[in-house]
Design a protein around this ligand. Structure first.
Ligand code: NAP
Length: 232
C-alpha cells in the first residue's frame, strides 16, 4: 500500500525556495527558521523523507569512488539495512550522487536510480552500505516508486522535503496527501525566482485541490499552514 505522503517545505512570503536569497527579519534569522522546520519535521513523525538529487547533493558531498573490483550486483534493488528505523531517500535517475556512509544525518540512505546506471555505480553504493531501487523506466513512475518503498522497506509515512522539482512531480502525480508549509517573514523578490513547487510549463492548476486544515503562528515570525490535498 502507498505510504501516507506529506510535502513539508519552508518558503518566503512570495514562495521563494532558497532561504539564502531571502530578506532579513528582526523576528529571526535563517538558522532559527531551519530549527523550527526541523522540529516540525520531527512532529510530522515520518519514517522516511525524500528529496531530489540536487538537495541530497547538498547533504552528501562525496566524490565518485567505484570499487576497483566489483562483483555481480543486483540490478533491481539492494537492501543494505533491513528494518532500519528511518530512511533518507533521493531521486537520482543518472546515478550522480555519492556517499561516504550508509546514512544521511542518522537516517539510512536509499537512492532511486534510472535503468541506465552502470554496475560500477551500484557496486559503489553497496560498498558504502547504501540501499537502492532501480526503476524499470527512464521516466520514474512515482506511484510504483512509492509502492516499492512500502513493500521493500516497510515505509508507511513519507515526508517530501524538496526541492521544487520533486514536490511538483509528486503533486502532479496525485500522490501527496497533505501539505505542511512554513512561511517565513521574508521576501525573495527576484524576477523569475525559483518557487517551492514547480511542474514545468504545464503547472498544477488542474492537478490538485488544497483544503485548509489548520494554521499556527510560531516563534521567529513563522506561520505554519496545513492543507489536505486531493485530486481536482
Ligand atoms: N525551501 C525548502 O523547504 C527547501 C527544501 C529542500 C531544498 N531546498 C533547496 O532547493 C534547491 C534544489 O531544488 P531543485 O528543485 O533545484 O532540485 P531538487 O528537487 O532537489 O533535485 C532535482 C533533481 O532531482 C531529480 N528529480 C526530481 N524529481 C524527479 C522525478 N520526478 N523523476 C526523476 N528525477 C527527479 C532530477 O535529477 P537529475 O537532474 O539528476 O535528473 C532533478 O533534476 C536546493 O538549493 C535546496 O537548498 C529548499
Amino acid at each position: 500500500m502507498k505510504p501516507y505522503v506529506i510535502c513539508h517545505m519552508i518558503s518566503s512570503l512570495d514562495g521563494g525556495l532558497h532561504p539564502s536569497r531571502w530578506s532579513k527579519s528582526p523576528d529571526g534569522v535563517r538558522g532559527d527558521w531551519h530549527r523550527v522546520y526541523e522540529e516540525i519535521h520531527q512532529d510530522l513523525a515520518g519514517d522516511a523523507w525524500i528529496v531530489g538529487r540536487v538537495t541530497m547533493a547538498e547533504m552528501s558531498k562525496a566524490e565518485p569512488h567505484p570499487p576497483a573490483q566489483a562483483g555481480a550486483v543486483d540490478r533491481s534493488r539492494h537492501v543494505a539495512a533491513p528494518g532500519a528505523e528511518s530512511y533518507g531517500i533521493a531521486l537520482d535517475p543518472g546515478g550522480k550522487l555519492h556517499f561516504n556512509a550508509g546514512d544521511v544525518g542518522g537516517d539510512h540512505a536509499i537512492v532511486v536510480l534510472g535503468p541506465d546506471v552502470p554496475d560500477s555505480h551500484l557496486a559503489e553504493l553497496v560498498a558504502d552500505g547504501v540501499s537502492y531501487l532501480v526503476s524499470d523506466s527512464a521516466e520514474f513512475d512515482l506511484g510504483t516508486v512509492l509502492d516499492r518503498l512500502a513493500s521493500e522497506f516497510g515505509i508507511r509515512r513519507l515526508l517530501i522535503e524538496g526541492g521544487a522539482g520533486i514536490c511538483g512531480s509528486f503533486f502532479a502525480a496525485g500522490l501527496v496527501d497533505e501539505f505542511s508549509l512554513l512561511v517565513a517573514p521574508a521576501l525573495d523578490g527576484r524576477a523569475g525566482h525559483q518557487t517551492i513547487v514547480e511542474f514545468g510549463e504545464v503547472g498544477l492548476a488542474d492537478k490538485v485541490r488544497l483544503t485548509f486544515s489548520g494554521c499556527d503562528a510560531l516563534r521567529n515570525g513563522l506561520v505554519h499552514l496545513r492543507y489536505a490535498v486531493t485530486p481536482p
